[in-house]
Ligand binder design. Structure first.
Ligand SMILES: NC(=O)c1ccc[n+]([C@@H]2O[C@H](COP(=O)([O-])OP(=O)(O)OC[C@H]3O[C@@H](n4cnc5c(N)ncnc54)[C@H](O)[C@@H]3O)[C@@H](O)[C@H]2O)c1
Length: 269
């Protein structure tokens, strides 16, 4: 079990969506401090207002894609709030409804920097302290897009496949070293937060943000290695292994509508 009570919980991207909800739930579970990291000042202000717990919250405006800001803000957070017990890498972006050749160099690099590289760098900063205390938990929010290839979101998909591969490898390293530092990798399907506004999913229901955030915190508390949401997504790998690609494309991609979910995507402005 990972106990959230009396722990310092740092959440990147806590200015919005499931990150903000997970922060509130951590406060409800008695976290000592919830440390909000976000790029967007208005989102940060709205989050702090929603939490209404000034003694138990701290907030930092930071662009997690900038390694220098990451290091400086981490040092400030630890100096002002104490060691980080639970780190949730949740900040993420997606660029447009674009085929790969429509993506600019800048969009490709930024998507990889925010979604894939930042969780690694931030974990690299937090891990030595956790290892020294032989206690701590890192939760990385990947996506079902990290398990299924998908047209018109190839770079986002690449970033999330990357998160899953790195995060689960780290989990194995720590287990082999018999460390008590835990890693939970989470792969949710589309969630109704606005990040994927316009997405259509005829067969698999789009997830409720509150319920999804609760499931993620429960996965952390129960030291789950990997949590697909909904649970049925754990079967995706089985289907990928068993079915020829052309069958998988037809059944999961076209029949279940996964490959056309992005057709009407608008996202956030
Ligand atoms: N919404 C979905 O359908 C969905 C599905 C699966 C996985 N996810 C993943 O879950 C996570 C949270 O998604 P959400 O729907 O709550 O998103 P959201 O857009 O509501 O929140 C993301 C937050 O990250 C912040 N952020 C973006 N770039 C940043 C940067 N460079 N530095 C610091 N903060 C930055 C934004 O300001 C925002 O507050 C993301 O990693 C996303 O990829 C989302």
């Amino acid at each position: 079990m990972t106990r959230i009570k009396d722990k310092n919980v740092l959440i990147t991207g806590a200015g919005s969506g499931i990150g903000r909800i997970m922060g509130r739930l951590a406060l409800e579970r008695g976290a000592r401090k919830v440390i909000v990291w976000d790029l967007n000042e208005r989102n940060i202000a709205a989050t702090l207002e929603a939490y209404a717990a000034p003694q138990r919250t701290a907030a930092y405006r930071v662009d997690v894609s900038d390694p220098q800001q990451l290091s400086d803000t981490y040092a400030r957070s630890v100096a002002e709030c104490g060691e980080i017990d639970i780190l949730i890498n949740c900040a993420g972006i997606v660029t447009g409804n674009k085929t790969f050749e429509q993506q600019t160099f800048g969009e490709i690099r930024r998507t990889m920097d925010v979604n894939a590289t930042a969780p690694m760098l931030l974990t690299r900063l937090a891990l030595p302290g956790m290892l020294a205390r032989n206690e701590g938990h890192v939760c990385n929010i990947a996506s079902a897009a990290g398990m299924i290839s998908n047209p018109r979101m190839s770079v986002y998909v690449a970033s999330k496949w990357s998160v899953i591969g790195w995060s689960d490898s780290l989990r194995i390293e720590l287990q082999e070293a018999r460390s008590r530092v835990r890693v939970t990798t989470v792969a949710p399907y589309y969630i109704d937060t606005g990040m994927f506004r316009g997405v259509q999913s005829p067969l698999v229901p789009i997830l409720d943000p509150e319920k999804t955030a609760r499931r993620i915190l429960r996965a952390i508390e129960r030291n789950r290695n990997f949590r697909g949401i909904p649970w049925g997504f754990h079967l995706i790998r089985l289907a990928q292994g068993l079915l020829p690609t052309s069958w998988f494309d037809r059944i999961i991609g076209h029949w279940a509508g996964i490959y056309h979910a992005m057709d009407h995507f608008t996202g956030r402005n």
